[in-house]
Ligand binder design. Sequence first.
Ligand code: FES
Ligand code: MG
Length: 576
Amino acid sequence: MTRKTPQDLRSARWFAPDDLRTFGHKSRMLQLGYDEQDFRDKPVIGILNTWSELNTCHSHFRERAQDVKRGVLQAGGFGVEMPSLSVDESFTKPTSMLYRNMLAMETEEMIRSHPLDGVVLMGGCDKTTPGLVMGAISAGVPLIYLPAGPMLRGNYAGKILGSGSDAWKYWDERRAGNISDAEWTGVQGGIARSAGTCMTMGTASTMTAIADAMGITLPGASSIPAVDSGHQRMSASCGRRIVEMVWEDLTPEKIITSGACKNAAVVAMATGCSTNAVVHLIAMARRAGVDLTLDDLDALGRITPLIANVRPSGKDYLMEDFYYAGGLRALMKQIEAMLDTSCLTVTGKTMGENLEGAQVYNDDVIRPLSNPVYKEGSLAVLRGNLCPDGAVIKPAACDPKYYHHEGPALVFDSYPEMKKAVDDENLDITPNTVMVLRNAGPLGGPGFPEWGMLPIPKALLKQGHRDMLRISDARMSGTSYGACVLHISPESYIGGPLALLKTGDTVRLDLNARSLDMLVDDAELARRRAAWIPPEPKFERGYGYLFSKHVTQAGKGCDFDFLETGFGRTAGEPDI
Ligand code: FES
Ligand code: MG
């Protein structure tokens, strides 16, 4: 392998020439208190930090950035911390998904426009992983992803609580009148006890596992709890390793190959991944020029057993248990035969080499292939006259009695309309009804909100029901569960067939056949289509306008069309 020399460094373009521009760059480095020997002829490492005081999952990142810097310095590099758009899941309205692509754009442009030779990407809360990675792939400099790590298990009154999942569960009990105000407040105080991302196998844990399986984190880094001292040591190791990666010119296109994307998909299925993984993984792959499709994911889903017994797909455990059981390396070791172990990773070694010596320490948490939690993967892709471009369902997280279901639709056009109806104790509904929410997709939401786990109507809760078939063009949180069909595409807001469904029509789901249909004849659908009136645009200015002009549908990853690899030429590297 030929190593780069200091003259080959990208940052040398800013610091090496004897001209007026360089004078400007160097005098400004001196202004920061650095001598030339601090940064000249050294890899300049951007530490892209998505810390913010409203990002609860990244509250340890200011300290971790210092750990990364320590590692960079030890390895002979020069680290600069750069704040990046902190897309948080807890507070962002209308939905954090509206801003994933903004983070991706910011990441790409901040890297391209600055004297950076390599980057450490600090993220973890749901959209930050795909946003940072998509942008950095397009920028093309060597990268390591530093996952925030899951928070500690939740705890209240001796009971273990899981992020999201237990919030929904206790909320249903509260609406059914089964728990007191004091218990509700207690759950509120116990469900999120430390820095770190949601500690169920929600979107955050799924996406960081995907990054790990793609080979862009240090091996197993995604499983380390945020507040474990191992997380600090991993951060310093990221700093040391990225400096070497710059000298080795180990760029993302050498790592994020079609084999790496397939490995990521297999691991996602084996962990019982969040449905959001579908959208993000496709978007990340497409940035790397890999055409991963919904059908590829469905095919992998059919042959990959779910072996991580972590909520919400698994019954019993949380991410902290998963780490003690051996973490992601141990899980990958179990399914090694399904992986492309020849893929190169950020360590400079292959995935197979990284997995050497990995062991399972608790085979109830990380199950052997002979005793999976669910024999097929956790996701299935549906098609039919309601979703010609696809929809997804998470069979492992719903009652099998809904795998084949026919029932009358109850259709809502907006979230507020639905919310009002579900609290009406006299709502005309049976357990057989199929609840439908539309105008909740990428454009209709807007921003593709996580509304897809439609609340069970009070009228049914009081009768003891806790699940029913629900369909929408929304996403749902990775910590959600139930018989929810999501991502119906094309979405209703742009005239997808879901827009034509009426209350009372029969909807049929057949999981074995991977189909979702409305039993309405074509002539009637044509009549309804002719009468359909497109809704008003949601945005007339600003970022939302850009979003609505360029976002792709779920099956293509919801990236902006003009950011996808292959769209066209960028201006290239700055040379002035
Ligand atoms: Fe950040 Fe769940 S809110 S990972
Ligand atoms: Mg989430």
